[in-house]
Design a protein around this ligand. Sequence first.
Ligand SMILES: [Zn+2]
Length: 255
Amino acid sequence: MTDGSMNKSHAYIISSQDAAVRENTALELAQAMVCDRGGAEACGVCAQCRRALAGVHPDIIFIDRLTDDKGKRRREIYVDQIRGMSADVWVRPQQSDRKVYIIREANLLNQAAQNAALKILEEPPAYAVFILCVNSAEELLPTVRSRCVEIRESGTVCRAENKEAEELVDTAVSGDAAALCEYCWKCETLDSEKSAELIESCRAYLSGAICRGASSGVSRGEAVRLLGVFDIAAEYLRMNVGAKHVWGYISVSAI
Ligand SMILES: [Zn+2]
């Protein structure tokens, strides 16, 4: 359970009803990923950040609907575009250590395009990151969703829905392995349903932190990392892995 058998850290779904939130979150995540400082937040001053902010970073690539001969936007994102992306991804990044693809209207990927995307989401090169922006993750095929960490912006205030979730996240962020073990050990007494609720609250809290950045008290980079852990934990529960094992997984993975 502690190995990397489930690795989702290269693909993200940003779901929000608000297009500006989706766009900003995607750009800020991409910037943090190409930043030279490699910290939890983009530094905002290095050459990579400046290029990203100016919208001219060669390793941040947007996949959008094409326009037809008459300059009209096509209705879908076609499979050929995704095949193009899948070929391009094997060309190493030019200026940073990462190559980030942002699909701004991933809900407009038709079924063939989603199936093509699935192949590259399953086995991408280590430097590749994919960010899929949607109104709601339900707009994507379950197979695609299962390969991605979902950052769900609910539009509500960035507070954990319950105190426990906030405490659990804070303990993980503190880096105190013993404290986290103790916390997870207490959680092992929860049944699967209660565990799923708590993990869901942590995911909501972390999603809020990612969308709002530094103002949330948890850095964006930390929140992304932890969201990946809780996302996998939630999936284990859905696969009927016992709650005790899932808390064991969190205790060793969230530090
Ligand atoms: Zn930077």
